[in-house]
Design a binder for this molecule. Structure first.
Ligand SMILES: [Zn+2]
Length: 348
């Protein structure tokens, strides 16, 4: 059975003789028509209709052969103006995820299979503070259900301005415990392994990275050390890792390192003669900044596995200035002499 693609708006402009679907460059398509066959066709498929029946109806009302009509229909199906109603029914029948599945379908022109194999990929989240907690919740709500979370902080009053996963009743609890309890209220199938510790060196985290499928690193203390440690293990274990955080008022999403494919942290680090005085004891932070970062980060991780969009930040860093709204995306170049990943890249 066939039906008009129900995932994006559809217009008929009879004056300009144009049929148009979607409002934006990524989703939009336009067809000019010089005959009313398309108008009749779209009249008939407002409700699901059998392909043969549609051909018969149109052949009675137009001068075209059955074969010509079938070619038009097939073209419209290929271009996704017309959907298979069985696909749409399958999407809509999933009460929990039907909106999200429609969103993927709108962007991708095909049904994205949220299979258990994908949704059970083990995602390791280092730090469940301003970015890690909201990202974790967005991933869990999107259907992912296998997480390991590492953090040793307790929930404090000063967290509540930005860390939406915690409330007054959580104050004094370990963040890992509080957020696990919250996730289980969202979806009972979620598995959350919690690790209450501070990561100081390679030994503290290499086992967890080894058994994970994706690493999100939101921690940056000990400063200048911990990210290198995480990078080096991920290169060695060939695990994708996304670093994220903010510097003053600028959100940083990336670098997004995929071993053997992109630059790593060590490739792009510059020598600096700046000596930090470590005068900032309490970091200024703001809910809008943290939630913005978490949105982009979760979009990247979900897309890494489900591939609903061709665009991504793999091998890049996105910097978004929350003061001027200026966006910069840097594409990092591999450094062939990089001590951490150079040889691996050269051998490819
Ligand atoms: Zn490198």
């Amino acid at each position: 059975m066939l039906v008009i693609n129900p995932s994006k708006p559809f217009y008929i402009n009879k004056k300009e003789k144009v049929i148009r679907m979607g409002n934006f460059k990524e989703t939009g398509k336009e067809i000019e028509y010089d005959d009313d066959i398309l108008l009749k066709l779209f009249e008939y498929i407002k409700e699901p209709i059998d392909r043969t029946m549609l051909v018969n109806k149109l052949s009675k009302e137009t001068k075209y052969s059955n074969e010509d009509i079938l070619n038009v229909i097939n073209y419209l199906v290929d271009e996704n103006f017309i959907s298979n109603s069985e696909d749409i029914q399958k999407i809509l029948s999933d009460e929990y995820y039907n909106r999200q599945k429609l969103y993927f379908y709108m962007l991708n022109d095909k049904v994205i299979n949220m299979t258990n194999e994908i949704l059970n990929k083990k995602i390791l989240i280092l730090g469940v503070g301003g970015i890690g907690s909201i990202t974790l919740e967005l991933l869990a709500r999107s259907g992912f259900k296998n997480f390991t979370i590492v953090d040793n902080d307790i929930v404090e009053k000063s967290n509540l301005i930005r860390q939406l996963s915690y409330d007054l009743s959580d104050i004094g609890k370990l963040k890992v415990n509080a957020i696990r309890d919250r996730l289980l209220k969202i979806n009972e199938d979620i598995k959350v392994e919690i690790i209450n510790k501070k990561i100081n060196n390679e030994q503290d985290i290499e086992n967890e990275i080894r058994v994970s499928d994706f690493v999100l690193c939101t921690i940056d203390k000990p400063a200048r050390i911990i990210r290198r440690v995480i990078n080096d293990i991920c290169i060695k274990e060939e695990k994708p890792v996304l670093f994220s955080g903010f510097s003053e008022h600028v959100a940083m999403i990336g670098p997004f390192v995929v071993p053997n494919k992109t630059a790593c942290l060590s490739c792009i680090e510059k020598e600096s003669n700046d000596e930090p005085l470590y005068n900032v004891k309490i970091t200024p932070s703001f809910g809008a900044v943290c939630n913005f970062i978490s949105s982009i980060v979760s979009n990247e991780i979900i897309n890494y596995f489900l591939k609903f969009s061709e665009n991504n930040l793999i091998g890049k860093t996105m910097m978004f200035n929350m003061y001027t709204y200026e966006t910069n995306i840097i594409k990092w170049k591999k450094n062939k002499t990089c001590k951490k990943c150079g040889e691996r890249i050269d051998s490819k």
